[in-house]
Write a protein that binds this ligand. Structure first.
Ligand SMILES: [Zn+2]
Length: 856
């Protein structure tokens, strides 16, 4: 019995595909295109199992669509700027550029062992000046049309990395990479005006019908559209007014106090003469700017002593607090509080002994006794204790209150978004330089086109904290493009989310030098037909890309709104965790062995091991399996097959030794079955024999049903079901001895179909077996098999038999059976006879292929 030589075979076919340029993509207007893209990797060092799953799914789609006749683009590149490279520079004394390029080389080599149908000629790395020069130009174009601007603003400051963090990079008040408590600081920052597209980004979600529902909901919530009223309170004893925004003007008669953000100009003014208030504001600012931090913090306030006048009742005064839960960035930075109908207001009111006055009564509650305890009532209801709003429902009351404020000239009904502009300045070295110059006379001067790109210098040192661009001896010193006087370059670099906001467009024409891409190329290839990646990018990367595409359209770069037509988010790869029973230290799977009782023990000492939960593979818990090791042992096809077969792709997958072993055994079985067929198969292309024996006929039906089923499964991302069907077919074919009438011919048809169906999943094995079956062509170039519709229909049907209207039996009958024969079959059934109780049938009604009614 021969053995499948996986190492040799996989390397051989990778070489052949590469040598023939099988996966090189070219624009071809005569063919339908299909752009498959997996979220490109950050070059952290080595590929991990999450990559293997992501790229396997993408490759199955790419190869499947290719076989279906599409002109497929399937590129790969590197999201190569970012903090880890700088951290490596600090820890390992290696330059970020060298570290990054070395990692890219390693990971490229690893990805190539997976046998992916990638067009490697299109490879890009975002840290190359040939890439980032184009986003400098885009930024300057955004600046011209007002989509980029600079403003002083409160930022999240990570005191360990010495950098500004986006709100999204602050998790529970801590930096997402360092875990350090985030502080607030005021800095001049560059912003991109994503809010200009808030409504369009929201509307666009409705068109994304091939996106997961939950991603669309997350984006919708992130954009956070709400309608409400902006109105102005008169401040007692002052000339100015306090403007607030509310989504609940219906609850105005339940008002209890007004509150302003610690960063509201009025708070700053009052703090100038109140050291206590100044100290309170400083404390609030140590909380960070993230909404999570603000939401979870204890509600605290400072009574300013000011009073505002109720807009509907000049005799009613409300105290004004500075409160830590009011965001300067949302609305006007000031609110009126109705504790009965807002939880934060209620928590605050209970703490400071402020009135709680219910004005909205739920439909099923008795207004006479309705009270609010520790939980605010935020649902709809009927208004009471509200003068002219009494008796109205919530929506009508909102409308009426808005109208009254407008009529009094005190406010306007308006729409508000939670979405904030995108702060893109980072005080980091390893990023794209922001192409502007600061001149003492001219202010901020954009770098002119003929002086682009602004190249990131590589001769920097990391011996001082902060941004190395700041202490580079010469780089930032330049002359003003306008007046020629000495000037300073901007030393901030871009948020690396910028690079990933347009890389999919660069892949369309990655070698274009004088432009980001050619118009022909993006018009042909975009949008991405199938984008595949992790759910963790549901908001930021995907929203920024949608914004960037719209901004490029505004600036005339392309004519497209949505960059990703289809999106699939795959689950994580998990593994059991292990701990030393004595020390509690995490142990890696490679540290373990099984003792004779089948229990996990330490391989070195035999000490028992505690087996813990199945969790996402992570370095800290050591429950990682190295793909390089798996591919080196079992081959890429086995790893790919296991990734596809174990669970639905959107769900988490548990990596197990038994699972990869099973995949490996199946590969060998398939190989032996085809290469050691029980009879000599007719030559490829031999016409079908006149007649087939019943076993051959049944096997042939299964072949065609499998073709139809797998095609449908691959279209719908049901890879695990496709694998199950393929296994069922190989079991059936394995039972044929090839001796019956036409069996040898059916075996060839079955093997060839099987090989073509597994091609996208196990491309090396597929290619090898295709050659073993006597073909001089490449499987990678073969069209997808077509199922014969006549063979796919069921040849038998389930027919219900009713006696006097009650179901008594279900019969498996040949499809389109003669009516008399069907009647005889029904009357012969023992259950039916028992129900008829010896009486003759008065009437039998046969509905072909469905039901037989017997009346006695
Ligand atoms: Zn100047």
């Amino acid at each position: 019995m021969s053995r499948y030589n996986v190492k040799e075979t996989e390397a051989k076919w990778q070489g052949v595909w590469d040598g023939k340029g099988c996966f090189t993509a070219r624009e071809d207007a005569s063919r339908p295109k299909y752009y498959v893209l997996e979220m490109f990797p950050y070059p952290s060092g080595r590929i991990h199992m999450g990559h293997v799953r992501n790229y396997t799914i993408g490759d199955v789609i790419a190869r499947f669509k290719r076989a279906k006749g599409f002109n497929v683009l399937h590129p790969m590149g590197w999201d190569a700027f970012g903090l880890p490279a700088e951290n490596a520079a600090l820890e390992k004394k290696v330059h970020p550029a060298a570290w990054t390029r070395e990692n890219i080389a390693t990971m490229r080599g690893q990805l190539k062992t997976m046998g992916l149908s990638i067009d490697w000629d299109r490879e890009i790395a975002t840290c190359d000046v040939e890439y980032y020069r184009h986003e400098q130009k885009m930024f300057l174009d955004f600046l011209k049309v007002g989509l980029a601007y600079r403003k002083e603003s409160w930022v999240n400051w990570d005191p360990v990395d010495n950098t500004v963090l986006a709100n999204e990079q602050v998790i529970d008040g801590r930096g997402w990479r360092t875990g350090a408590l985030v502080e607030k600081r005021k800095l001049s920052q560059w912003f991109l005006k994503i809010t200009a597209y808030a409504e369009d980004l929201l509307k666009g979600l409705e068109t994304l019908d091939r996106w997961p529902e939950r991603v669309r909901i997350m984006q919708e919530n992130w954009i956070g559209k709400s309608t409400g009223v902006r109105f102005r309170f008169k401040i007692k004893g002052r000339e100015d007014e306090l403007e607030v925004f509310t989504t609940r003007p219906d609850t105005l008669f339940g008002a209890s106090f007004a509150a302003i953000s610690p960063n509201h100009p009025l708070a700053a003014e009052l703090a100038a003469s109140s050291p206590e208030l100044a100290e309170f504001i400083a404390e609030c600012n140590r909380l960070g700017t993230s909404e999570e931090a603000i939401e979870t913090a204890e509600k605290r306030g400072f009574d300013t002593g000011l009073k505002v006048v109720h807009p509907f009742d000049p005799s009613w005064e409300l105290p004004v607090y500075v409160a830590n839960f009011v965001l300067m960035e949302y609305g006007t930075g000031a609110i009126f509080a109705c504790p009965a109908h807002d939880q934060r207001d209620l928590d605050f009111a209970r703490k400071y002994g402020l009135p709680v006055r219910p004005v909205v009564i739920p439909a099923d509650a008795d207004p006479a006794v309705f009270e609010v305890g520790s939980e605010a009532y935020t649902g709809p209801g009927v208004l009471r204790n509200s003068v002219f709003l009494d008796g109205l429902d919530t929506e009508s009351a909102k409308d009426e209150a808005g109208k009254r404020l407008e009529a009094a000239g005190q406010g306007e009904r308006t729409t508000q978004y939670r979405l904030r502009d995108w702060g893109v300045s980072r005080q980091r070295y390893w990023g794209c330089p922001i192409p502007v110059v600061h001149c003492e006379s001219c202010g901020i001067v954009p770098v002119p086109d003929d002086q682009l790109p602004v190249v990131l210098p590589e001769d920097v040192t990391f011996d001082k904290p902060g941004n190395p661009l700041d202490h580079h001896p010469t780089w930032k010193h330049t002359s003003c493009p306008t007046c020629g006087k000495p000037a300073l370059r901007e030393t901030d670099t871009f948020d690396t989310f910028i690079e990933s906001s347009w890389y999919f467009a660069r892949f369309c024409s990655p070698k274009t030098g004088d432009a980001a891409f050619t118009r022909e190329a993006v018009d042909y290839w975009l949008g991405v037909d199938q984008y595949i990646g992790g759910i963790e990018h549901a908001v930021l990367h995907l929203l920024y890309s949608r914004f960037w595409t719209r901004a490029l359209k505004t600036c005339g770069y392309l004519n497209l709104d949505e960059p990703f037509t289809g999106l699939f988010t795959q689950g994580m790869v998990n593994h059991e965790t292990y701990k030393d029973a004595d020390t509690g230290a995490w142990l890696a799977p490679t540290d373990l062995t099984k003792n004779d009782k089948g229990e996990w023990v330490r391989a070195d000492s035999g000490v028992p091991v505690n087996v813990g939960r199945v969790e996402k593979m992570s370095k800290s818990k050591k429950n990682v399996v190295d793909p390089a090791h798996i591919i080196g042992t079992y081959g890429a096809d086995a790893a790919r097959l296991f990734m596809l077969s174990d669970s639905p792709p959107e769900r988490d997958l548990e990596w197990t030794e038994a699972g990869i072993d099973g995949a490996w055994r199946y590969i060998n079985r398939l190989w032996r079955m085809v290469t050691e067929a029980p009879v000599e198969l007719p030559a490829a292309g031999t016409p079908k024999p006149e007649s087939l024996g019943s076993k051959a006929e049944a096997a042939r039906r299964l072949v065609h049903k499998t073709i139809a089923g797998v095609s449908d499964d691959l279209d719908k991302f049901r890879f695990n079901k496709a694998v199950a069907r393929v296994r069922e077919l190989s079991n059936a074919l394995g039972e044929l001895d090839g001796k019956g009438e036409g069996e040898a011919w059916v075996l060839r048809e079955g093997f060839e179909s099987l090989v073509r169906l597994v091609g996208p999943m196990m491309p090396h094995l597929g290619e090898e077996l295709w050659a073993q079956l006597g073909h001089g062509t490449l499987l990678a170039d073969q069209p997808w098999p077509e199922a014969d519709p006549a063979l796919v229909v069921e040849d038998s049907v389930k027919v219900a038999v009713q006696v006097n209207g009650k179901l008594r039996a279900t019969l498996e009958l040949p499809r389109d059976m003669d009516k008399d024969a069907a009647e005889q079959a029904a009357l012969a059934d023992s259950n039916v006879q028992r129900a008829m109780d010896g009486k003759p049938a008065r009437k039998v009604i046969v509905v072909p292929n469905r039901v037989i009614n017997v009346v006695v």
